[in-house]
Design a protein around this ligand. Sequence first.
Ligand SMILES: Nc1ncnc2c1ncn2[C@@H]1O[C@H](COP(=O)(O)OP(=O)(O)O)[C@@H](O)[C@H]1O
Ligand SMILES: [Mg+2]
Length: 468
Amino acid sequence: MKGKVLGTRVSIRAAPRPHDHVSGGDLSATTQPTRRREELDLPASFKWLVQSPLRSGLVRFLHSRTNEAFGVAALMQRFGRLQQDVENCLRELVAFGVARRAPGTRSRYEATRPGDVAVCRLLDRFLAQQEAVSSEDRSPAVQRFREMIGTDEKMVIVFEWIRTAAKSDIAVLMLGPTGSGKEVVARMIHELSRRGAGRFQAVNCAALPDTLFESELFGYEKGAFTGAHERKPGRIELAHNGTLFLDEIGDLSIMAQAKLLRVLEDKKVERLGGRHSIEVNFRLISATNRPLDQWVQDGRFREDLYYRVNAFSIRLPSLRERASDIPLLAHRLLVRYCDANGLAADSKSIDQGALDLLGTYHWPGNIRELESTISRAAVSAPGNVIRAEDVQFLHPVEPVERSRTQLSSLREAERVHIQLVLEEVAWNKKQAAKILEISRGTLYRKIGEYHMEPHQPEPTAAAQPSDR
Ligand SMILES: Nc1ncnc2c1ncn2[C@@H]1O[C@H](COP(=O)(O)OP(=O)(O)O)[C@@H](O)[C@H]1O
Ligand SMILES: [Mg+2]
């Protein structure tokens, strides 16, 4: 029933376009175009205001720092959200009187007390409820998930999105770097949703060549092709009444994209060699670490499919962005290691020196890499306590060390990196743009902006790194 409310709203929402993409947090900001605040009574409209995770996050954030004003860029960074989302939400908060533009500047925002006494009361009650709101659901599943997710402010917001997504039945796209927990979150959404009792079918699209795509997803009848000795239901069919999780969806070929789109539109599948189509009712969650919106513009990913899979998106921060969670995760992953090796949960520990060291690393493989680093350290530690000297990184000291000796501006680093890539691919701009994950147009613009040319003489400027 909870899902129905959200589902109804979503149906009136126009599909997002890649450039004005709206992600999870302000879903309700974009889905209530017809209901004006004036038409609602005050408590209801306040409830609507704080129903969006991003708006409620912004209200709490600004009101916990009443002496400071924040620019849109800082808030985008803090909440890991796109500019348009943040601006839309801020506009709503300002209209409601709970935030305002800081005097003297054009684009900084700060908390303010609403002029209306009744709104003040609602605001105070909301702010006081902060703890209660996030612990309102005390079911073991929610507790377990909250435990997993961490305490960094960014993840607390993500958790609110997860709950919002779980209440509805719309397609969710998980974004974020590899190892950041996209699959973990997809399972959480499934388990918290009304489909939780159904199956969760995970398919790794990157590992699925076109030749296997149909038999894996649609299934086959006995004798459909050589080697089809038995009838086999496809993953989509198995996900009936449950959730289909398409991992690495960006890696689907154009052919596979077309076939998937058809199933999403028809809600029917036909097994290979079968005569009947089977009605399927599943919830779709996809994940990718690719820049899908860019790929839509480049024609590598179908635009219509993009809209289908991306009704609601949740972006997971990298481990570096949620560094305050590293000690918590390290302890938890160590307990997991002990568990997997038949040891008592508290038989191993990590000392402060090791925790400090873990906090200095850049974690390109995110939580997955933290997990393997902890396991390695637990194995190599002679005793039960993991110390700094037991910790070995997969990509040791790289950017941290170098940046200490060669501090350059972001702009300079970008210029040097683009030049490096261009030279590596002999100035093939298509290839370079692909490696850089930017459009060719952007690449041309940057080449012009930085006055780059092939075969430049050895750089002489002081800011050039000497170890290229
Ligand atoms: N919040 C978390 N707490 C503990 N372990 C986590 C958490 N998020 C992810 N992991 C672990 O990190 C690894 C990578 O997670 P996964 O969801 O597969 O990442 P992704 O799909 O983004 O590559 C898994 O072993 C998972 O159990
Ligand atoms: Mg994954």
